[in-house]
Design a binder for this molecule. Structure first.
Ligand code: ADP
Ligand code: MG
Length: 295
């Protein structure tokens, strides 16, 4: 395409709320075979809410509130949307949160800290498994929550399994229509997420997403993009988080949600001005129309 055609294309794109950081992106979009999307904050609102809390028998006497207060105290120092959901739920119950010490965040796994003399560990099943906890008492509950599209988490206090907690992150307005439109353009649609496999599959099924890469650690997102390329061809990756930056850079074209983190925007060729994913099929359709008209 000529530089003029690219300018025409990028001008039209700006009207659609799509910003091109590189002119090359118009052609990369046109050549896309599969659109891969991050789940949290991209397909979903990224503002989960706490939906369930169930204590293990060892903590039944302690009660929901005292366990939630300890867990939320740790999560105060995490930037993760899950952490914000837990803190908000604790505050809504009027709980006082102590100041944690020795806070540590393990990317894609969970968090740990000391709170009021107690060691508190919270995170994904694989994190607690790694720490040596036996989660089998919560196995059926975890499966059930995941089938409902909720994300199960586990908390341990002073070396004992204390609770299973679930958060649910609503699907964004526009997401179902965006996926339908991508399919109508003849593209495949994939989800890449660090979340639980069953949760991811439940949400993918609801949305009609073709391929799911779940329980992917942040450093695994690049490998997931490469695997999708092997399977389908050129990849467009859509994401919003710091964790998404390497995958945005790896994809043939990276599309960052403009309301997401600056690090994601820096790594992307295309910025979506709104969080509404309908801009993605619009941009793809436009790339075809523009490059076709010019030739
Ligand atoms: P995603 O953005 O797709 O959810 P992440 O890599 O950020 O992926 O997180 C993967 C998983 O790690 C989460 O689904 C959750 O189970 C766990 N996790 C990460 N951070 C936290 C946290 N602050 N508290 C509890 N669990 C967490
Ligand atoms: Mg995200």
């Amino acid at each position: 395409a000529t530089p003029t055609s690219i300018m025409v294309g990028t001008g039209r794109a700006a009207e659609l709320g799509v910003l091109f950081r590189k002119g090359q992106a118009l052609q990369s979009l046109r050549d896309t075979q599969v659109v891969a999307l991050d789940k949290t904050g991209t397909l979903t609102k990224g503002q989960p809410e706490l939906t369930d809390l169930q204590l293990s028998s060892a903590f039944a006497d302690a009660g929901d509130d005292s366990v939630l207060a300890l867990v939320a105290a740790v999560e105060q120092h995490s930037e993760h949307p899950i952490a914000k959901a837990i803190v908000a739920a604790a505050k809504a119950r009027g709980l006082t949160l102590a100041e944690p010490t020795d806070f540590q965040s393990l990317s894609g796994l969970g968090v740990v800290a000391n709170v009021a003399g107690h060691k508190v560990e919270v995170g994904a099943d694989r994190y607690l498994n790694q720490l040596g906890y036996d989660l089998s008492v919560f196995f059926a509950t975890g499966e059930q929550l995941a089938t409902e599209g909720k994300s199960p988490l586990y908390a341990a206090i002073d070396g004992k399994l204390a609770a299973i907690i679930a958060v649910a992150d609503p699907i964004k307005e526009g997401t179902p229509q965006a996926i339908d439109a991508l399919h109508k353009l003849g593209l495949s649609v994939a989800m890449i997420t660090g979340d639980n496999r069953h949760t991811a599959q439940a949400i993918a099924k609801q949305l009609g997403i073709d391929t799911v890469k779940a329980e992917v650690l942040p450093e695994g997102k690049v490998a997931a993009v490469k695997a999708l390329r092997e399977q389908y061809g050129a990849v467009a990756f859509v994401g919003d988080g710091i964790n998404d930056a390497p995958a945005l850079a790896e994809a043939e074209v990276g599309l960052a949600i403009g309301t997401g983190t600056d690090i994601a925007i820096e790594a992307a060729e295309v910025v979506l001005m709104s969080g509404d994913l309908r801009t993605v099929p619009n941009a793809l359709a436009m790339s075809h129309a523009t490059l076709r008209n010019i030739r």
